[in-house]
Design a protein around this ligand. Structure first.
Ligand code: EPU
Length: 435
């Protein structure tokens, strides 16, 4: 069998309605939380993304039942939990490290294989390991993965060096069943983290969200089952709004509330987009064309790093020079080669352009992009190394002259919910091919 790919032909303005489901970056963490419940948990509005299937297999391997009924996931611990996540999950996604603390609390020891996820920088796990160590875990790391032992984690003060989403989740998921109080300072406060905290509160956890990025957790002896409905994926919502704007069309996005998109909406408005927003949908059009912009990514409530890839393609069609400064991951521009192949005029620089200096100043990391617009795009054959590269290449290909082929689309399906069907439904000429 060959590589799975998609052929994309230019098809004019994309128009129509898209309903986004719950977010990829929330659902898998909720699945880990559900594993902590003493009774059944249900998570509804779950997206159909590859990461859910991988996480479901992981949970089954450590003693849970995970069933899917439409967009509802039912999760329950059905056997004594296994302390080791099997080695076969090495490199599949980023979830194993989040299981370390929970497995320690449930079994007194834990092994998790090395995590995977998109290759957008070294993505170290030092914050996770330091936090769990300060909570009493004895941790050793070798080529196979991370081993940890302790009778039960103890609450403590965890000062994160950077508001990491994963490390904040790791500490929350570990602290809810730890002994005593844990206080996280410099915590990430992304909406998906707040959602996770609310779900855990429903399960009986003691959690307070305090000002200035402080999260306080009072450990409890046990948690019970609970039900929740995931809020809409703000990455997908943004992606489809941009697909409409980029092609001179207009996509109406349902299922994602305005408050999850405030910064994205404001950024697009400054570039010339006009919005219509009500309780059930958000839609954007740019009848007067688009202007250039200077945007820096940042932690919430800033412009999120997962929005920058569709934005860069949009900048390639705006009038003038735009600047995009990535401050979260040092190597987030891996997808730019694919866009250049499609004709986008983009140059990368190691300096902090278009904003304040970030953690990557004085390094050689190419983390600022200058984009010349409007660029004339041409069809090409491109590989898709990660989920966001995939989406940006798809929308760029849809306005290129001539057909394009995207190869290795599996990673895109790991993060986007039924992308082929959704893109076809708004008029994209996209068909599966075996290359
Ligand atoms: N970091 C460390 N040490 C750590 C943890 C993080 O140095 O122990 C650094 C990272 O290297 C990075 C920064 O902290 O420079 C932020 O990383 P963070 O931990 O916040 O990211 P993550 O939890 O690995 C999640 C999402 C990403 C999203 C980021 C930022 C999941 C599975 N992944 O990653 O999503 O970009 O938060 O919001 O939730 C995507 O969806 O395409 C994606 C990559």
């Amino acid at each position: 069998m060959g590589t799975r790919g998609w052929k994309i032909d230019p098809a004019g303005p994309l128009r129509g309605d898209v309903t986004v489901r719950g977010s990829k970056n929330a659902v898998t963490k909720h699945m880990v939380a559900a594993m902590l419940g003493g009774g059944p948990c249900t998570i509804s509005n779950a997206p159909r993304v590859g990461d859910v299937e991988i996480t479901a297999q992981m949970l089954r391997a450590i003693g849970c039942s995970v069933e899917r009924d439409g967009d509802i996931l039912r999760i329950e611990r059905t056997a004594a939990p296994q302390s080791a996540v099997p080695q076969t999950f090495t490199g599949r996604n980023r979830i194993p490290v989040l299981l370390l603390g929970p497995l320690l609390n449930l079994t007194g020891e834990a092994f998790v294989p090395m995590v995977g996820g998109d290759q957008i920088g070294p993505r170290p796990l030092d914050f996770h390991i330091q936090a769990l160590t300060s909570m009493g875990a004895q941790i050793t790391v070798d080529d196979s993965g991370i081993h940890a032992v302790t009778r039960r984690l103890r609450g403590t003060k965890v000062a994160l060096p950077y508001p990491s989403v994963g490390a904040t989740e790791s500490v929350i998921l570990s602290a809810v069943l730890a002994e005593g109080r844990t206080v996280i300072t410099n915590a990430a406060v992304e909406p998906e983290i707040l959602e996770l905290a609310l779900f855990l509160q429903r399960m009986g956890a003691g959690i307070q969200l305090q000002p200035d990025r402080r999260i306080l957790i009072e450990g409890v002896e046990r948690l019970h089952g609970a039900a929740t409905r995931l809020a809409g994926d703000r990455l997908e919502a943004f992606s489809y709004l941009v697909a409409g704007l980029l092609t001179g069309g207009q996509v109406r996005v349902h299922g994602c509330a305005q408050d999850r998109l405030v910064t994205a909406i404001e950024t697009l408005r400054k570039m010339g987009a006009q919005f219509e927003i009500d309780e059930s949908y958000i839609t954007a059009s740019a009848p007067g064309g688009l202007r250039s912009a200077a945007v820096s990514t940042g932690t919430h409530p800033g412009f999120m790093t997962d929005w920058q890839q569709p934005l860069l393609v949009l900048m390639s069609q705006a009038r003038g020079l735009s600047v995009l400064h990535e401050t979260v991951f040092e190597n987030r521009f891996v997808y730019v080669d694919a866009l250049k192949k499609l004709g986008c005029e983009i140059e990368l620089f190691p300096m902090c352009l278009g904003g304040n200096a970030c953690r990557f100043h004085d390094t050689n990391h190419l983390h600022s992009a200058v984009v010349h617009g409007p660029s004339k795009l041409v069809g090409a054959q491109v590989h898709v190394p990660d989920v966001r590269t995939g989406y940006s290449s798809v929308i760029a290909a849809s306005i290129a002259q001539g057909p394009s082929v995207l190869l290795d689309v599996d990673s895109l399906e790991r993060g986007y919910d039924e992308p082929l069907e959704r893109l076809q439904s708004i008029g994209m000429a996209i068909t599966p091919v075996e290359a």
